[in-house]
Ligand binder design. Structure first.
Ligand SMILES: *[C@@H]1O[C@H](CO)[C@@H](O)[C@H](O)[C@H]1NC(C)=O
Ligand SMILES: *[C@@H]1O[C@H](CO)[C@@H](O)[C@H](O)[C@H]1NC(C)=O
Ligand SMILES: *[C@@H]1O[C@H](CO)[C@@H](O)[C@H](O)[C@H]1NC(C)=O
Ligand SMILES: *[C@@H]1O[C@H](CO)[C@@H](O)[C@H](O)[C@H]1NC(C)=O
Ligand SMILES: *[C@@H]1O[C@H](CO)[C@@H](O)[C@H](O)[C@H]1NC(C)=O
Ligand SMILES: *[C@@H]1O[C@H](CO)[C@@H](O)[C@H](O)[C@H]1NC(C)=O
Ligand SMILES: *[C@@H]1O[C@H](CO)[C@@H](O)[C@H](O)[C@H]1NC(C)=O
Ligand SMILES: *[C@@H]1O[C@H](CO)[C@@H](O)[C@H](O)[C@H]1NC(C)=O
Ligand SMILES: *[C@@H]1O[C@H](CO)[C@@H](O)[C@H](O)[C@H]1NC(C)=O
Length: 539
């Protein structure tokens, strides 16, 4: 098949070519897109790779997900200080047992949880060969399944039409109550307080993100037909919920228990993102139609030039959606009548990449070389890791199609520059920074020891737990206030990150800089794209 690559924003006006491409595209759809999706990046090496710094970092980062698991933990979960908990979560039929805790507290927040799983799935779809080569393939799939099994419990996954989704378990509840995550500092294995479930009956943002998660995972699990089918059916129900005109309000609207944590500020980005994944997973052209509707793109501000919309986060999927659809155009061609919108998404994806390059001064940078995608506010690293993922992926798309670079306005930019951006940012996270601090716990010689995390900060009872001291809601604060490092290492956690001055206080009380999150760690899969490019030496 002729590859259809058009990087310089040059309009291809050969109608005949478009029709040929359209015909080929439809032929592909018939035989199943998902097969093509997982095969279109070059898959050369299948022997074990020698461990380089990025593969070591990825081994480490993935272990964070093990530490955040909720429910009945598997025997080989490999986090000695964690135990079963949340076995009666969601006092509803089937329960809400399982999933992941969001961050340093004891709550499960499904919006960022779903986003994290989508990102992990995408990285597996693109780089399954590398995951196999570093011996993390089974592990990462197990982590995804831990998330998707749980998400399938949060709505009626045996129905084709649903009208509610459980969106949260626990959380900083009613602040006037004398319990909950805010008032208590406890290992969650010891928690007695109620962790109420939030139900949402509206909200395309949550439903569409979950549809994207399950659709992407259905590709990851294509070797397990039964499970893959279950995932896609669940995704379809969620997708329909998300596109129900009667439910078009933010899922966090008027629910402060949700909005306090992850307030979704728009949902059209998730509509495009989910439609793209539904298309990849099912080959059903109606999803591509949806993703490329003019009105949808307009609602999502896809062509608005708002700088912040170039920054991928748990709240803004626009840059990922644009790149995912660009992928379609690069590898499969798009075909009439989708070409016009896909070309515009492709141009935006390209502009996103340009904005990450220092020479164009779109964002500020720290003296130590970190791009300030969230304008110097706390938790800078999650945005940086996400951008590094997108950049290294786009560089790989170019490499896979033999394209040496792209244009930012009149300037030709070699794809190496993008990979350099990605590795320089990941290197910063891993220790190449003025603090000489690796912000990934357990990686390198110097990493945070005072991570804001209930479970990691309290010594777990050893031996006969019946007679051991259990720290109460209020008693546990002694651990929070302790000047000593955490007794438990939360291996693999990427903390919020440094100040815009490059400074970092390793201090539990500095929550917004020392707390790790699922959504933050999702970006650490950016390392997979960088493995074995050996650019570490450049720093
Ligand atoms: C558990 O962690 C240790 C220490 O990093 C590692 O050597 C071991 O392979 C891990 N085991 C499993 C089953 O993941
Ligand atoms: C789920 O949907 C199925 C099929 O529509 C229905 O039979 C079942 O009662 C539903 N379950 C719940 C808990 O609503
Ligand atoms: C918060 O908790 C207090 C005390 O239990 C209760 O009186 C109040 O109604 C609760 N408020 C909400 C919004 O749930
Ligand atoms: C949300 O709350 C505002 C103000 O209390 C109210 O005007 C609005 O109707 C509510 N929206 C929904 C969807 O409940
Ligand atoms: C959540 O986002 C909406 C829309 O941007 C905004 O109106 C609302 O004030 C936000 N709520 C909170 C609690 O931040
Ligand atoms: C494709 O998706 C649309 C919208 O969800 C649906 O109505 C249609 O039946 C699907 N077509 C096939 C062949 O599955
Ligand atoms: C960059 O920093 C300057 C000076 O602090 C500030 O005015 C500007 O808004 C920042 N730009 C961005 C994109 O954050
Ligand atoms: C790009 O692709 C070529 C040929 O496939 C390969 O030899 C080269 O190492 C790649 N370069 C990078 C930086 O990925
Ligand atoms: C980081 O390492 C460099 C080079 O070894 C050293 O000059 C510098 O003082 C270190 N900075 C900190 C904050 O430890």
């Amino acid at each position: 098949m002729k590859k259809y690559v058009d990087f310089g924003c040059i309009v291809c006006s050969h109608k005949a070519l478009l029709w040929t491409i359209a015909a080929i595209l439809f032929a592909f759809l018939l035989i199943g897109l998902s097969i093509i999706v997982s095969k279109s990046l070059p898959n050369k090496k299948d022997h074990l790779l020698p461990p380089d710094d990025y593969s070591k970092a990825l081994h480490t980062a993935l272990r964070f997900f093990n530490a955040q698991k909720s429910g009945r933990l598997p025997k080989d979960n490999n986090v000695s200080w964690r135990g079963d908990y949340g076995l009666s979560d969601g006092n509803v039929k089937g329960g809400l047992v399982g999933g992941y805790y969001d961050a340093g507290d004891n709550s499960k927040l499904h919006f960022p949880l779903a986003f994290s799983m989508t990102m992990l799935s995408w990285s597996v779809i693109e780089y399954s060969t590398k995951y196999k080569a570093i011996d993390e393939y089974d592990h990462v799939k197990e982590l995804i399944k831990w998330g998707t099994d749980y998400l399938l419990l949060t709505f009626n996954s045996s129905a084709t039409t649903i009208d509610q989704i459980y969106s949260q378990v626990g959380g900083a509840q009613n602040l006037t109550q004398n319990s909950g995550d805010v008032k208590c500092w406890q290992r969650l294995e010891d928690v007695q307080y109620e962790r109420p479930v939030q139900v949402t009956t509206q909200g395309p943002g949550l439903a569409a993100e979950m549809a994207a998660t399950l659709a992407a995972a259905s590709i990851v699990f294509h070797d397990n037909m039964e499970y893959s089918k279950t995932l896609l059916e669940g995704a379809t129900a969620l997708y329909n919920f998300a596109n129900d005109k009667g439910k078009c309000r933010s899922y966090s609207l008027n629910n402060s228990n949700i909005a306090r944590h992850y307030n979704s500020t728009g949902y059209w980005d998730e509509i495009i993102w989910s439609a793209a994944w539904m298309f990849y997973a099912s080959g059903n052209i109606s999803y591509l139609e949806r993703a490329t509707e003019d009105t949808v793109a307009t609602h999502a501000n896809a062509f608005s030039r708002i700088t912040d919309l170039r920054v991928l986060s748990w709240d803004n999927k626009l840059p990922t959606a644009e790149l995912l659809l660009t992928r379609l155009r690069i590898f499969l061609g798009s075909g009439y009548p989708y070409e016009s919108l896909l070309r515009r998404y492709h141009n935006e994806a390209v502009r996103n990449m340009c904005s990450y390059l220092r020479q164009f001064n779109v964002f500020n940078w720290t003296k130590g070389g970190l791009i300030l995608l969230n304008h110097g506010r706390p938790q800078s690293l999650q945005y940086v890791a996400n951008a590094a993922f997108l950049a290294s992926l786009f560089a790989d798309y170019m490499n896979a199609t033999g394209v040496p670079g792209w244009y930012c306005g009149p300037y030709f930019i070699s794809s190496d520059k993008l990979r350099f951006f990605a590795s320089s940012q990941v290197n910063y996270i891993l220790g190449a920074n003025p603090m000489n601090m690796s912000y990934l716990v357990g990686y390198g010689d110097k990493f945070p020891k005072y991570v804001y995390h209930h479970g990691a900060s309290i010594r777990r009872p050893s031996g006969n737990t019946k007679n051991e001291k259990v720290y109460t809601c209020h008693g546990g604060w002694a651990w929070f206030d302790s000047a000593k490092p955490n007794p438990n290492e939360i291996t693999g956690a990427m903390v919020g990150g440094p100040y815009k001055s490059d400074k970092f206080e390793d201090d539990r009380k500095d929550r917004s800089h020392t707390e790790p999150t699922l959504a933050g760690n999702a970006g650490t899969s950016c390392c997979i794209g960088l493995i074995n490019h050996q650019w570490w030496d450049w720093y």
